[in-house]
Design a protein around this ligand. Structure first.
Ligand SMILES: *Cc1c(COP(=O)(O)O)cnc(C)c1O
Length: 427
């Protein structure tokens, strides 16, 4: 496959932009080689600057659940564009998107729109602290919540270690307000709440984790979180930026019937434009300025283009309910990939929830960071490269989920399985 133009553009990018990318996940650091520079997306396909076509299972890392350039989203954007792109005033479209989110996500009574998932999480943490008057927050190893200082902390191996920063620039003071626990470990949660002397402001969790690969939170774990936080007046935050409109219309909380106090959203709700949101119980949300005293603002928040794409995407999802079909197709893909690997005697585990899935190169089931981090990442790299050479674009890390869109047909899924079989048998 010819990647001449890609290579030329990426070489230049490296002189202009750190690492040549505006977000590190895009670099092929984990799998080696240079990333492919894309020019265009249509339906389930991406086209690179050399004219190669790929079946896209990254989908902009989650948002493009309707596929690229979906006609309803494009039409909504064209219409919004003609009316001007930003006013810095209230608009009716903001109400519409807020209404759709409140109708869909069971625990959300009021919502604030922001520009990214990171911003949503950062604001929700501040709100939880402002609301409770407490400092400490709890997160789980292997969960990613955007590049918020207080959440960019490494997983300690012992339960409830006060952690150290894992990015230079995050101060010890900030990191020491964050407690790390292992994911899916109910006992560790109970123990912490029993013995922690300082009251905890918030527990934040990905109810279906997507950032150590796809790992589903168990019912026992999520129920324990709900019970323990409720007892102590701690705000439970579900970070549904990724799983929000991926595991069901209305998110993991809808699928599992477990309700948090606050929810953060992003990715799908912007339909490919920059949108984030945080929402929850009105009693808490009313603490945000100007109704309350917790400061949070944004020049472009609720931007007309972004809200138009979000509304069109959510309305299409609500009207068509593609989730059961998508889930079935994803299951077929997972089964096919496992069979292909097993034929070549490669040990793999499939982990799926809704339209999120990861193929782990591992002998043991993956239920948290401890097990995820033991995967055969060298094997994953070969697999990634092998599929890329066969025009299949998977996420370039073992620790990312892959996604489906409504544009991925059964035939395309079979084509991808055949590509995987071809790779494993020639390997
Ligand atoms: C992607 C993601 C974020 C960060 O969102 P950005 O829009 O990239 O800032 C936060 N939390 C989760 C669970 C995510 O998957």
């Amino acid at each position: 496959m010819n990647h001449q133009n890609s290579q030329k553009i990426f070489s230049k990018a490296k002189t202009l932009i750190p690492g040549g990318v505006n977000s590190p996940a895009r670099a092929f650091g984990a799998v080696g080689g240079d990333p492919v520079v894309m020019a265009r997306g249509e339906g389930a396909f991406l086209y690179d600057v050399d004219g190669n076509r790929y079946t896209d299972y990254v989908l902009s890392w989650g948002p493009m659940i309707l596929g690229h350039s979906h006609p309803r989203v494009v039409a909504a954007l064209e219409k919004a564009l003609k009316d001007g792109t930003s006013f810095g005033t209230p608009t009716a479209a903001e109400n519409r998107l807020a209404e759709l989110l409140i109708e869909a996500v069971p625990s959300v009574e009021m919502v604030r729109l922001v520009n990214s998932g990171t911003e949503a999480v950062m604001s929700a943490i501040r709100l939880a602290r402002g609301f409770t008057g407490r400092d400490l927050i709890v997160k789980f190893s292997g969960n990613y919540h955007g590049h918020v200082d207080s959440l960019l902390v490494a997983a300690g191996s012992a339960a409830a270690t006060f952690s150290v920063p894992n990015s230079p620039g995050v101060t010890h003071g900030t990191a020491s307000d964050t407690i790390i626990l292992p994911y899916n470990d109910s006992e560790a949660v109970r123990e912490l709440f029993d013995r922690c002397k300082n009251p905890i402001a918030a527990v934040i969790v990905e109810p279906v984790a997507g950032n150590m690969g796809c790992v589903t939170g168990t019912e026992d774990f999520l129920t324990t979180l709900r019970m323990e936080t409720e007892k102590q007046g701690t705000v439970l935050i579900f970070d549904e930026v990724m799983c929000g409109f991926r595991v069901d219309y209305g998110g993991a909380q809808k699928r599992f019937g477990i309700l948090p106090d606050l929810t953060t959203l992003g990715k799908v709700i912007g339909g490919g434009l920059p949108v984030g949101a945080y929402g929850g119980r009105a009693e808490i949300m009313r603490h945000i300025l100007p109704e309350g005293k917790v400061f949070q603002a944004g020049t472009l928040s609720g931007n007309p283009l972004a809200t138009a794409a979000g509304i069109a995407t959510l309305e299409e999802l609500r009207d068509t309910n593609p989730y059961p079909t998508l889930e079935q197709r994803m299951k077929r893909l997972g089964d096919g990939l496992v069979q292909a690997a097993e034929k070549a005697e490669v040990s793999v585990q499939i982990s799926q929830c809704g339209t999120m899935m990861t193929l782990f190169f591992s002998r043991q089931p993956v239920c948290g960071w401890d097990t995820a981090s033991q995967c055969d990442t060298a094997m994953f790299s070969r697999y990634f490269r092998g599929l890329l050479d066969r025009n299949v674009y998977m996420p370039c890390s073992q620790f990312e989920a892959f996604f489906l869109s409504t544009a991925h047909t059964d035939a395309l899924i079979e084509e991808t399985i055949a590509a995987a079989e071809d790779f494993f048998c020639k390997m």
